[in-house]
Structures are given as structure tokens and as C-alpha cells.
Design a protein around this ligand. Structure first.
Ligand SMILES: Cc1cc2nc3c(=O)[nH]c(=O)nc-3n(C[C@H](O)[C@H](O)[C@H](O)COP(=O)(O)O)c2cc1C
Length: 356
């Protein structure tokens, strides 16, 4: 059996103390019709409340940031009421939960925007298709944001953070990874701007750092985390120097009292975890293909303070207990990842109570 003695020690992330170092990684599940979290969503998160921290699926801070079927939002009263059900259910089981704030930018389609055109730093379409209610469609050419519009979009991150706390959630994670709007600004291919929002790394990071600052201003930095993966290529972004981008972001956010920095797992062509550790003074969360042994080893080596688990946690509502006991995990069913009902969502079995 793997030693999990560090995984099950408490840790402080900003204003929030976690009972263990296991987080639920953010995962879009496309089960919030109209952008409003449901009782079923509340059950899904409450089932996983034994994590030290739950990070929700990507949640848009603005109607203009909608990008997939039935993803939740955090910009109106009905959504806040839905999130309150989620927060209450998780807290009743002793959990902690941050909402991931995700403006999809050009990874959208007029079908999700009442016929409107998605926005992005530049009028450059991402390669590929997006699944709409009518099936896959090519990603459209977005509209380049006017510089005068950008501060209002950044402000929606502050509003979303305020509404998250109003709903009783414990904080927010800004989604700065995977080719969504802040990551589009960071990218050297998707961002061809020549104003103060493009060009140098300082300029390309201005949107992301502005979004983090807006959220921190609204609810305090100790309730704000950030997820990034500079140099990642998901959703057709590219960065000619991901290491320099991460160094800049980590340095800029150091000393600010943020809850944590969270690196998406995956292949980096540089030592992302090492750079984050060297240049960021707050807690670091690592992710991607972890099992208990690797998680424990990275905690022991002080490479990370918290480990987030995606697919294993999706398929195992009691993942922390299974890691602690070293028992077998349920197999995930990818056909029910994105959309549908309770099947493949809230019906993955937990261990029988007798094993506890
Ligand atoms: C169904 C699914 C949905 C995902 N949605 C998001 C998302 O909304 N935001 C995000 O930052 N990452 C998202 N991811 C990436 C995961 O957070 C995580 O980085 C990835 O699954 C790798 O971690 P793992 O090996 O522990 O699963 C998603 C992954 C999956 C499988």
C-alpha cells in the first residue's frame, strides 16, 4: 500500500484551510441548462466533498463568454441561486469549493451567443470544430475586441468573484489556460495586437493579470487562484516562449497573497513546476495523470502543495478514501463526460460503507 501520509495533512491556501491536499480538478460537464446549476450538479459536487478543495467546471462570468452546451454562468441572480445550492450541499458535507471562471472567447459559436460573434484579441479563428446542439461546426472567425471594450470584460471577473462569494462559494479560480480568452491573449499566434494588449509578454499577460486583480479586489486575494499552462497547445494556441510567459506571470503574482497557482498537467517543453516554484511564493497545485504514489512523491519533494485529480475523481466520488486505502478505482466512461443526465455523473459507486 502506498504511503499517503502527506496527502492527508491539512494545508492553508490563502484564506481557506483544506483538510487534505487532494483537489477535484475543474471539469466541464455540460449539465447546467440555461447556465443555472441544478440539484443534480449540487449532488455531484457534494459526493466529492471529501476533497480538500473542489474546483468547479468552467463557468462564464458574462453572457458573451458562453461557449459550450449547458455550461454554468456566474452573472445573474438565477445562477447565484443555483450556485447557492451547490455551496450549501458541499459545505454540509464539510467540503470547500471554488468556482472556475472561464470566458471562452473565440472557442464559441454564434449558436451559444444568441447569434452574436465570439470575441478574441484578434480576428483569427482557432482551427477545429465545436460541438453545438446541431452537431460539430467549424470554429468561427471571432471579432477582435476594441481596446475600449477590454476593461469591461476584465471587470466581469470581479463581478463573478463577488457573486461566487454571495452564493456562498469559498472562492474562484481564474481559468488562464487551455486556449480560452485569457490564454488567447497570452498566445503569440492568437494575439496579433499592436496596442498595449499584444506584442511583449508584459502586454500579452495584461488581460490575465487584470482578471486576477479584478477578482482579488472584489473578494480578497486569499480567495483567488489561477490556472495556467503557458506553451500548451489545446484549442490551437501557441506561445513561442512558454517559460518566459510563466516566469512573468508567476513573478507578477508573487507577494500578492493569492490562494494558489495551479498548473494544468501535460507536456511542457520546459520545467513549468520548477519555474512556478522559483518565481511564485504562494501555494502550488499540480495536475495531470497523478496516482497516489506520484502525488505523495511530489509533495515529499516539495514540488507541489496540493495535487488536483480530474478523470480519477470524476469516476470515483470517494477518491481520497480510495487513495488512502490503496484500493481499485472505478473506470471512467468517456461517453458520458460531456452532457447527459445522472448516468456517468452521479451514479459512480462509492466504496461500501463497511470498508470505511
Ligand atoms: C471531462 C473533462 C472536462 C474538463 N474541463 C475542464 C475545465 O472546464 N477547465 C479546466 O481548466 N480543465 C478542464 N479539464 C482538464 C482537467 O482539469 C485536467 O487538467 C485533466 O483531466 C488532466 O488531469 P487528470 O489526469 O487528473 O484527469 C477537463 C477534463 C476533462 C476530462
Amino acid at each position: 500500500m502506498t504511503d499517503t501520509s502527506l496527502l492527508f495533512t491539512p494545508v492553508r491556501l490563502g484564506d481557506v484551510t483544506l483538510k487534505n491536499r487532494i483537489a477535484l480538478a475543474p471539469m466541464t460537464r455540460n449539465r447546467s441548462p440555461g447556465g443555472i446549476p441544478t440539484d443534480l450538479n449540487a449532488l455531484y459536487y457534494a459526493q466529492r466533498a471529501s476533497a480538500g478543495l473542489l474546483i468547479t467546471e468552467g463557468t462564464t462570468p458574462d453572457a458573451g463568454g458562453r461557449g459550450y452546451i449547458d455550461i454554468p454562468g456566474l452573472y445573474d441572480a438565477a445562477q447565484v441561486a443555483g450556485w447557492k445550492k451547490v455551496a450549501d450541499a458541499v459545505h454540509a458535507k464539510g467540503g470547500r469549493i471554488f468556482a472556475q471562471v472561464m470566458h471562452t472567447g473565440r472557442i464559441s459559436h454564434p449558436d451559444f451567443l444568441d447569434g452574436g460573434t465570439p470575441v478574441a484579441p484578434s480576428a483569427i479563428a482557432a482551427a477545429g470544430t465545436i460541438i453545438t446542439r446541431e452537431g460539430p461546426k467549424p470554429l468561427p472567425v471571432p471579432r477582435a475586441l476594441d481596446a475600449a471594450e477590454i476593461p469591461a470584460i476584465i471587470a466581469t471577473y470581479g463581478r463573478a468573484a463577488r457573486l461566487a462569494v454571495e452564493a456562498g462559494l469559498d472562492g474562484v479560480e481564474i481559468h488562464g489556460a487551455n486556449g480560452y480568452l485569457p490564454s488567447q491573449f497570452l498566445a503569440t499566434n492568437a494575439n496579433q495586437r499592436t496596442d498595449e494588449w499584444g506584442g511583449s509578454v508584459e502586454n500579452r499577460a495584461r488581460f490575465l493579470l487584470g482578471a486576477v486583480a479584478a477578482a482579488a479586489e472584489a473578494i480578497g486575494p486569499g480567495r483567488v487562484g489561477l490556472r495556467v499552462n503557458p506553451g500548451g497547445t489545446f484549442n490551437d494556441v501557441a506561445d513561442t516562449d512558454g517559460a518566459a510567459t510563466l516566469t512573468h506571470i508567476a513573478t507578477a503574482l508573487s507577494g500578492k497573497g493569492l490562494a494558489y497557482l495551479h498548473l494544468v498537467g501535460g507536456a511542457y517543453d520546459y520545467d513549468a513546476a520548477g519555474i512556478a516554484r522559483r518565481h511564485f511564493d504562494g501555494p502550488l497545485m499540480l495536475n495531470g495523470g497523478y496516482d497516489a504514489a506520484r502525488a505523495e512523491a511530489d509533495l515529499a519533494a516539495k514540488r507541489a502543495d496540493v495535487i488536483s485529480f480530474g478523470v480519477p475523481f470524476l469516476a470515483n466520488p470517494d477518491l481520497p478514501e480510495r487513495l488512502r486505502l490503496g484500493v481499485a478505482l472505478n473506470a471512467p466512461d468517456p461517453s458520458t463526460f460531456y452532457g447527459g443526465d445522472s448516468r456517468g455523473y452521479t451514479d459512480y459507486p462509492a466504496l461500501p460503507a463497511a470498508a470505511e
